[in-house]
Design a protein around this ligand. Structure first.
Ligand SMILES: [Zn+2]
Length: 156
């Protein structure tokens, strides 16, 4: 779809794992280290438009990617989140499923992470509330995650 940041060619730079119909991408402005997104390769606005097999694929893939992130970022805790529809705070009209690894003490109140994931429609998941990685940092993290995901058979 035109002007959709997740349909833009540049998104391939952020991809570190793939399934048949989904990509895992690293967030340029992570809330916490490891903050990644599962997005469908084809433009789709709502997860409710997915078939049962597509939903299953997304969930299994998200589980595998989460295991990879927890290993790489050395933790056991994580948050999963989807904002579906503008009324729920979806600012980019292309399904994106947040995976946020968590560590003990990363917030004084563990539930306070949610406002931090507010997207910013202008730039790919950049946010006025958090720092953006420079392209060198981003490339380094993505390269490392690709290497790890090959071990798991998630990058081809
Ligand atoms: Zn799109």
């Amino acid at each position: 779809m035109e002007h959709c940041p997740f349909c833009a060619k540049e998104i391939s730079r952020s991809v570190f794992a793939k399934s048949e119909n989904f990509y895992a991408i690293y967030n340029i402005a992570p809330v916490f280290p490891g903050h990644s997104l599962i997005i469908p390769k084809e433009h789709a606005t709502s997860i409710l438009d997915f078939s049962e097999s597509r939903l299953t694929e997304m969930t299994l893939f998200a589980g595998n990617v989460t295991r990879l992130l927890l290993r790489v970022f050395k933790t056991e805790g994580f948050n999963w989140s989807v904002q579906d529809n503008e009324t729920a705070g979806q600012t980019i009209a292309h399904v994106h499923f947040h995976i946020v690894p968590r560590k003990e003490g990363d917030l004084s109140v563990p539930g306070d992470w949610y406002p931090m994931i507010q997207d910013n429609a202008g730039e790919i998941l950049d946010s006025i509330f958090r720092d953006k990685l420079d392209s060198g940092q981003m490339d380094k993290i993505v390269a490392h995650l690709r290497k790890e995901s090959r071990k798991d058979g998630l990058f081809y």
